[in-house]
Design a binder for this molecule. Structure first.
Ligand code: NAP
Length: 512
């Protein structure tokens, strides 16, 4: 293992971690496992919460599930033959994450309640200083993995009057399990991926449910099957069979890219499938019209569900398409002046996603501040590293979002790449591994050029885009291409500065 070969000077720096992982969700845990497997054990996982699991710890709303098949929405290095269904619920996914943490001995590495409020690079030492809320001094680490996740900050929308509402407010990602919906009048704001999972559950419990829709999305069927016990047994006994099943799902999703990522004749086919589901499940032509999207399929996230349209047509459910004018003390007032009284408003309105700025303040070389550089939109080299911020690696960084395949496939590729980079820094006792600006610029110019042909940039509003329409979120290609570009760490892409050496290149000017 590389850890054994590491130079003395690297391992004797006192009170300096080899790696600080920020975030204890899927990405942080995946990175930790891969570090351990490469013999890198001197790391800590800083988690602001009190438990592991990130998204899947936080999103516990009724009906929470993943719309990517579990066999693919998991790590290839930690296969689970026991998934109960094609698409698993949030509890089962959280159980998978917890069992990985236990199996790979990650618990001693966790520092719960550690809210990282900023990191700054000490260029002379080649060390990151990590500030943690309520803790004196800083934690020091040679390398940092930022795995805080793009969808970690639940946000209530800035709707006028929201603070005056006297009823109960619940955000989809901070579910209040003590609230009893029985007999209640409930308003749901939002009709995105979270809302379409929540609404079918709420109509079963509440007296009435009013769904406030701003934009109807493309809804496609999601056929969920219970896994046959014999299949589980086969996967347990013959891991290759499970891996084959994963591969089959992977290529099935890759083929969908042709209609979802790019605006092609196949996009029409995807839209036909959506329209067929709408016609099959919604007989009322007026309601159907209200539910018909006016943008290309794929531009916003596809909604994979079989029970959303039926739920909307239940006697106790009503779709409201008038824009929300304001929230009042008693409920929601829509633009035509109707007051919709509600005992509880469920906000399935998404997250505060930092497509500009950074999730935490990050200070790099020469006093540069990443939030300033990303003020008009984020960018990175292969989504993982940013020039001027050495020894820092992102998971789910800029332009790494998939529209058609499992985020975990992308994450695994990022993790393997960044672990290779960290190993290089430690084994060669580098002070800095800093990606070259010219490589980064060339990479991003190509990404932005390719994005112009994608459905995401075809004219709808989504969390993928900044206010200016800049796409700093999605990767414009197949997962195979994304994974391929991260397969090898090419040191020619980087300024490589050994410990003890002075900087080998002219000081960089802060970028405007
Ligand atoms: P979202 O996709 O951002 O949807 C938010 C919804 O709230 C949209 O319908 C939006 O309308 C509406 N909205 C936001 N602000 C509003 C306002 N001020 N007034 C009225 N309506 C407003 O959020 P999400 O559903 O929580 O999903 C976020 C992401 O989480 C997804 O894209 C996906 O990546 C992930 N997710 C994944 C799964 C899964 O199964 N894998 C499940 C849930 C979530 P507009 O469309 O008009 O903006």
């Amino acid at each position: 293992m590389s850890g054994r070969k590491r130079k003395e000077s690297a391992s004797v720096r006192e009170n300096v971690l080899d790696v600080a992982v920020i975030g204890g969700g899927f990405a942080g845990i995946g990175a930790a496992i891969r570090l351990k497997q490469r013999g890198i054990d001197d790391f800590a996982i800083f988690e602001r919460g009190t438990a592991i699991g990130g998204t899947w710890r936080d999103n516990t709303y009724p009906g929470a599930a993943c719309d990517i098949p579990s066999r693919l929405y998991s790590y290839s290095f930690a296969p689970n033959p026991d998934w109960s269904h094609t698409y698993s619920g949030s509890n089962e996914i959280l159980g998978y994450i917890e069992s990985m943490a236990a199996e790979f001995g990650l618990h001693p590495h966790f520092r719960f309640g550690s809210d990282v409020t900023g990191i700054a690079f000490d260029e002379a030492a080649g060390i990151w200083d990590i500030t943690i809320e309520g803790r004196a001094g800083t934690v020091r680490a040679r390398t940092v993995v930022l795995a805080s996740g793009p969808l970690a900050n639940a946000s209530l929308p800035p709707i006028r009057g929201i603070d005056t509402y006297t009823g109960h407010k619940i955000h989809s990602a901070r579910w209040d399990h003590d609230y009893d919906f029985t007999g209640k009048r409930v308003a749901v704001v939002g009709t995105g991926a979270s809302a379409v999972q929540i609404i079918p559950e709420l109509v079963d419990r509440a007296a009435s449910v009013k769904v406030f829709q701003r934009t109807p999305g493309w809804v496609l069927p999601r056929v969920n099957r219970r896994t046959n016990p014999l299949t589980k047994q086969l996967y347990r006994r013959v891991p290759a069979a499970e891996s084959l099943a994963r591969r089959a799902w992977f290529y099935e999703h890759e083929s969908v890219a042709l209609g979802v990522v790019w605006n092609t004749p196949l996009t029409r086919v995807v839209e036909m499938v959506g329209k067929a589901q709408l016609h099959r499940q919604v007989k009322d032509p007026w309601l159907r019209r209200q539910l018909t999207p006016d943008f290309r399929a794929g531009c916003k996230r596809l909604l994979m569900t079989d029970d959303y349209y039926p739920a909307l047509q239940r006697d106790n459910c009503k779709l409201i398409t008038w824009p929300i004018a304001r929230i009042s003390e008693d409920g929601i007032r829509t633009a035509e002046g109707v007051e919709h009284r509600a005992d509880c408003i469920v906000f399935a309105t998404g997250f505060d996603v930092s497509k500009t700025g950074t999730p935490i303040p990050i200070a790099g070389r020469d006093g540069r501040v990443l939030a300033e550089e990303w003020a008009r939109g984020a960018y990175a080299y292969k989504s993982v590293a940013v020039s001027g911020y050495p020894n820092l690696f992102f998971t789910f960084g800029p332009n790494s979002g998939p529209g058609h395949n499992s985020a975990l496939v992308y994450m695994e590729a990022q993790i393997d790449y960044l672990v290779r980079a960290i190993e290089t820094i430690l084994d060669r006792d580098l002070r800095m591994l800093d990606v070259r600006r010219d490589r980064q610029d060339r990479y991003n110019a190509a990404i932005q050029r390719k994005l112009t042909a994608t459905t995401w940039n075809s004219g709808c509003r989504s969390w993928y885009l900044t206010e200016d329409g800049f796409n700093a979120t999605m990767y414009p290609g197949f997962a195979t291409q994304y994974v391929g570009q991260l397969r090898a760490l090419d040191l020619d892409d980087y300024h490589v500065v050994p410990s003890g050496a002075s900087t080998t290149r002219p000081r960089i000017a802060a970028v405007s």
